[in-house]
Ligand binder design. Structure first.
Ligand SMILES: [Zn+2]
Length: 171
């Protein structure tokens, strides 16, 4: 509790506080003062008062700096660690994307494969047909040449009556 320097009324609460550091002494010690600003409830006079004192040594400050440096070091290490993790995750992501691409390509390749197989089968058939045409039947090695297909039957054959089905099946 503080007394107002003007009227002597006791003032309990301060308006605000701040700290001040004094000049270091020869031994390297400094005083940190906590100062409060008071306002008298009676006469409204404002005055300052020292609330607390704290001795600070250069050594103490150095220790604080060291602690801060350690914190910074730790943060830096953590950052590097996180960056490495991010890198690893990015690598994994790339791998997964590549796998997905490969999986996507499979049905396409399978379709290609089956169409190629189909083509190959057709070509084989064609080859077989051509081979049959080229090589004459073994028994008919007769010198007589096959008669030219001069008498070709006209394609316009008489319309088959069989196809025009008049008798409709019972429904
Ligand atoms: Zn007063």
């Amino acid at each position: 509790m503080v007394k107002c320097p003007k009227c002597g009324v006791e003032v309990t609460n301060y308006v605000k506080t701040w700290s001040m550091i004094g000049k270091p002494s020869k031994s390297g010690e400094m005083l940190q003062l906590m100062i409060g600003l008071y306002e008298c409830v009676n006469c409204k006079k404002r005055f300052r008062n020292v609330i607390g004192k704290e001795k600070i040594t250069i050594k103490g400050i150095m220790q604080k700096i060291k602690a801060l440096e350690e914190m910074i070091m730790e943060a830096t290490e953590k950052k590097a660690e996180l960056e490495e993790k991010v890198k690893a995750l990015e690598k994994e992501k790339a791998c997964l994307l590549a796998e997905i691409e490969a999986l996507k390509a499979i049905p396409e390749l399978e379709a290609k494969l089956s169409s190629l197989e189909c083509e190959i089968a057709k070509l084989k058939e064609e080859k077989k047909a051509l081979e049959e045409k080229v090589t004459p039947p073994p028994c008919e090695a007769a010198p007589v040449e096959a008669p030219a297909p001069a008498e070709e039957k006209p394609c316009e054959a008489t319309p088959t009556e069989e196809k025009t089905c008049e008798e409709k099946p019972c429904e």
